[in-house]
Write a protein that binds this ligand. Structure first.
Ligand code: NDP
Length: 339
């Protein structure tokens, strides 16, 4: 059985969802209440591959909210993730994806050192960040969207916002090795990590986001921002492709302008309907078929019987593993969303 550990994007979102699901006692509560709330299994899932194989899974709501980080409630945030992992393990789930901020909190607060939680010995190999599949899907979105919108990657500049992160650095490695990209722009805040990445790649210009936007034919947004940033669309190149893979989204601005193509980053579409309710809750436009690529990774590991932490640690994703998960993604009927 596979599992998905997820969270909602804000307190307002969580309150609205609680009301929709009939958890009235959660709907009017503030952040303190969510800090105390235990993890819940709120969805049972059945997925069928185009090979005909069927698997079962569960969605575990961790009750983490990005506002907990903004309010410096780090203890509550880490407790949410550890408790959700324990809950998944106790429910017999073999392989569980740590969606969105779950893996970021796990890495940032070095939760790998916590092995014993009450009477449960955490079995780390039952969890995957899902970031290898996410990075692979974002790279395929770059390649397919540029082809669709007439942008020649070999003459293009791609800016990666969040370049030094787990997903961002994997995207940079793929773009360097597999796609014939002319220029790479590396955007993040910590200069030392940017310089290390630049040295590893042997290329890439380090810039801040304001300098990068007017130069980029493609912008990949994979920064771990608790809240999206406003951008001024008038500075963007035309045509350009913006791939927002953040959860919550990195771009707060809704852009609807000719020749500016905004793609929902890190999202896959399955070839067959999935029996679940959870993607409706996170406002996917086709909730029976669209999902986060990290969640799809745990489904792929279950389909293949690879009950192992395929994506683990930070900045260790290889192009070879992206290709490997990519092959099984295609085999089971997932494709990158280009909308
Ligand atoms: P990491 O924590 O590994 O990396 C985050 C990156 O963002 C770092 O390079 C960090 O560098 C940078 N960053 C953070 N804040 C800012 C900022 N204000 N401006 C510029 N750069 C910034 O995160 P992941 O790679 O694991 O995840 C990245 C995003 O992808 C998150 O939003 C996550 O929720 C989302 N995600 C989406 C998935 C999907 O299936 N679609 C799956 C998993 C994650 P620095 O701190 O130096 O600025």
């Amino acid at each position: 059985m596979f599992g998905l550990i997820g969270h909602l994007t804000s307190l307002a979102h969580a309150q609205a969802v609680a009301r929709d699901l009939g958890y009235e006692e959660y709907a009017d509560q503030g952040l303190e209440f969510w800090c105390m709330a235990p993890p819940q299994i709120v969805d049972d899932i059945t997925v069928t591959s185009i090979t005909g194989q069927t698997i079962q899974g569960k969605y575990v709501e961790s009750c983490f909210l990005p506002e907990m980080l903004a309010a410096k409630k780090f203890k509550a945030a880490t407790r949410k993730i550890v408790n959700a992992m324990v809950h998944a393990q106790k429910n017999g789930i073999d392989i569980t994806a740590l969606g969105g901020f779950s893996s970021i909190i796990f890495e940032t607060f070095n939760l790998a050192q916590i092995r014993q939680v009450r009477n449960i010995q955490l079995e780390i190999e039952r969890f995957t960040t899902g970031n290898t599949h996410t990075a692979y899907i974002i790279c395929r979105q770059i390649e397919e969207a540029t082809r669709k919108f007439g942008i020649d990657l070999s003459k293009s500049t791609v800016a990666v916002c969040g370049a030094t992160g787990d997903i961002g650095s994997a995207v940079c490695r793929w773009l360097d090795k597999r796609s014939d990209v002319q220029d790479l722009i590396l955007v993040a805040r910590n200069q030392e990590r940017l310089q290390d990445l630049q040295a590893q790649l042997g290329r890439g210009k380090i810039m801040d986001i304001d300098s990068a936007l007017p130069l980029a034919d493609v912008v990949v947004w994979v920064a771990s921002m608790a809240k999206g940033m406003e951008i001024d669309p008038s500075v963007l190149k035309r045509p350009c492709v913006l791939i927002d893979g953040g959860y919550p989204k990195n771009m707060a601005t809704m852009i609807q302008q000719p020749d500016v193509h905004v793609i929902n980053g890190g999202i896959v579409e399955h070839s067959l309907d999935i029996d679940w309710k959870i993607m409706k809750i996170v406002n996917m436009s086709a909730p029976a078929r669209q999902l986060f690529a990290c969640f799809a990774e745990s489904m792929l590991l279950e389909f293949e019987g690879w009950h192992t932490n395929f994506s683990w640690g930070r900045n260790q994703i290889t192009v070879e593993n992206m290709e490997k998960i990519g092959l099984v993604s295609i085999k089971h009927g997932f494709r990158p969303l280009i909308a």
